[in-house]
Design a protein around this ligand. Sequence first.
Ligand code: GRF
Length: 222
Amino acid sequence: MTALKKRVAILISGRGSNMRSLVEASRAANCPYEVVVVIANRPDAAGLLFAKEQNIPALGLDHTRYESRDHFEGQLHTVLTASKVDLVACAGFMRLMTPEFVQKWRDRMLNIHPSLLPAFKGLHTHERSIAAGVRISGCTVHLVRPAMDEGPILGQAAVPVAVDDTAETLAARILEAEHKLYPRILAAYAAGRISIVDERVSWPGSVNQSGTLFSPDLGSAS
Ligand code: GRF
């Protein structure tokens, strides 16, 4: 008998390219999760169209129409429970959640952030990475905790930063890595391979032994 797939909701605010990569990965027969609903806090979020085309229930919950953050989150919680959601994957969801909502979904809500956390939490990540002169950046998938962009780190991917990168070119390079990282980490988490002990992940995964990323690439020159 095949194990039941975990039921995943994806929260977005805009384009939804990460949502798309999660949905596409979920099509594999052996994927341990299925996407049962996509919710955007902006009804005009472009990603909702893709979800609808894929016959995934897609819902715009316009946060500006709710009198308070609590009311908005109450409705969100109602939709998530009605859809019998096991896991929530935030993917470009630009809305801070109250500690109460985060607590309800503790260890069941993941997020992706376009930096190597704990560096460069918050907005304008790429601009700040470039301004700081870092030569390596990347992306992080983590469990959501009340503080913004905090929580146990489930996985990361690193990319080089070029000296002539703009926020746009760096964002594009990192986004490619995001699309590879998020589906794999969500699958490992949904399959129960990752557990958390003292707010740290106990999953070793496999370690890329030759995985030193040099930036700039030093080639064979000394
Ligand atoms: C991604 O870079 C994500 O890490 C960040 O917002 C962006 C969303 O892009 N939080 P998309 O909507 O998934 O295309």
